[in-house]
Design a protein around this ligand. Structure first.
Ligand SMILES: *Cc1c(COP(=O)(O)O)cnc(C)c1O
Ligand SMILES: [Zn+2]
Length: 427
């Protein structure tokens, strides 16, 4: 990763609400808010440090509950200005937490099973949450072009957010993504560039572009704006707890691509505990990968602290990051909370997509098949407790990955007559 120094980019006039500074996850070194992502001392990842000291728990709870039905109800806990809800933004979030009783029966879960269904976001994936934060940071730093490296969903989320906010967008994807993802990314009118290579090649390219005059003045949502972008995933934790009646779930199953989402869900839960918005008691976080791209689950099962990169080969393309930046943090969190990281085969992914659709009427993309499939496997292996409240994330929409279930179709083709209908044996 290219490293930028802070001196030229820090700006004391930047108003991103409670965000006070950037701080290094590894060594704690602090720098002013700016479009930087790596520590100048140790190259560790920078993340947002907040000042929440002025908040009174019950006053904050009341403010959140009175807020809009989108992620901006949590604006006091995010790196955004206080008037964020008035700005042109896609306003994602506050998606349904579906009580999945049919799926629970099928899987033998008795403690309450919920699907947090993020296919309900404006561009039908969880990525709208993270892009919304990056957009506000881009505005604050004066960028006018939004860019990213994407496994598919991020490209659409950036294209749509840029369109709404009046930014130019130019996004980069592996050239061989699903048609649904390509169309979804292109339709908003920004530039979409296919790169001959996999996601890790695309990401490397973007890191080079950032350091080049060709990319000057561009806000790369998941590179130079990554510390802001990443905070969007905290809203999943906030919403799940608020929707459970300000309670922590006992267990959460989260898909892993770069591992950012899982890491920030844990950060969000920790913040709610510290702020007194939920009771301080243990929760368990499980990570889910596809076998064809399972660098984190492989490391977890081997007891390693480092994640060895893999070359992805799976239908779960939105999770196909072979060299996940937050992999080691995911391992820490899974181990600290008593969870695990598990993977399933592509056949199990397809099976799980159909299981969720047939039991709950939710059509998930392949990433949702991964989390449901892994949930089933964890239950079978006795790692997930069926008697505890469990939340499974569905992070995307099956309409974008139709090929995964291509064999699904008509029950029969008949002439438009009752005789023909009876003959088909469906009466
Ligand atoms: C990007 C993505 C994820 C996970 O992303 P992280 O890089 O781990 O934060 C999960 N599901 C879907 C559908 C995605 O597009
Ligand atoms: Zn550092």
């Amino acid at each position: 990763m290219a490293v930028q120094t802070v001196a030229s980019t820090s700006n004391p006039a930047v108003d991103l609400g409670p965000a006070a500074a950037l701080s290094c996850r590894e060594c704690g070194h602090r720098v002013p808010l700016g479009p930087v992502f790596a520590c100048e001392e140790c190259f560790g990842p920078l993340e947002i440090a907040y000042d929440f000291s002025a908040y009174d728990t019950e006053e904050l709870r009341g403010r959140i509950e009175a807020g809009p039905a989108n992620i901006w109800r949590y604006a006091p806990l995010l790196p955004v200005p206080a008037d964020v809800a008035d700005k042109p933004n896609l306003n994602p979030g506050w998606t349904k937490l579906v009580k999945a009783d049919n799926l629970a029966r099928e899987l033998g879960v008795t403690g309450g099973l919920f699907v947090k269904d993020d296919s309900g976001n404006p561009t039908h994936s969880f990525k709208d949450r993270v892009v919304a934060q990056a957009l506000e940071a881009a505005r604050a730093f004066g960028f006018t072009t939004l860019s990213c490296s994407s496994t598919g969903n991020l490209a659409g989320a950036v294209g749509a957010a840029a369109a709404r906010a009046g930014f130019r967008s130019c996004v980069f994807i592996p050239h061989d993504l699903e048609q649904g993802k390509v169309v979804m990314a292109a339709v908003y009118g920004g530039e979409l560039v296919g790169i001959e290579g996999n996601y890790d090649d695309v990401n490397r390219f973007c890191s080079e572009l950032i350091g080049d005059p060709a990319g000057e003045g561009w806000g790369f949502v998941n590179v130079n704006l990554r510390p802001y972008y990443a905070e969007g995933s905290k809203t999943l934790a906030y919403e799940i707890c608020e929707q459970l009646g300000w309670r922590l779930p006992d267990q959460i199953v989260v898909p892993i691509a770069s591992g950012s989402q899982l890491t920030k869900i844990d950060k969000g839960l920790q913040e709610l505990i510290k702020l007194g918005l939920v009771e301080d008691r243990p929760y368990v976080i499980f990570g889910a990968q596809a076998e064809g791209c399972s660098p984190v689950s492989t490391a977890f099962k081997a007891g390693h602290d480092v994640v060895r990169p893999q070359k992805p080969n799976t239908i779960a393309k939105s999770l196909a990051i072979g060299n996940p930046a937050d992999g080691p943090y995911v391992l820490d969190i899974a181990r600290r909370t008593g969870g695990a990281v598990e993977d399933v085969t592509d056949a199990e992914v397809v099976d799980a997509i159909k299981l969720l659709a047939r039991t709950e009427g939710i059509f998930a993309e392949t990433a949702g098949g991964v989390t449901v499939g892994v949930t089933r496997k964890l239950l079978k292996d006795g790692l997930l407790d069926p008697a505890k409240t469990t939340v499974v994330l569905n992070t995307g929409d099956g309409l974008k990955t139709l090929d995964a279930v291509a064999g699904t179709g008509l029950s029969a083709t008949i002439r438009p007559t009752l005789d023909s209908f009876r003959e088909a044996g469906l009466a």
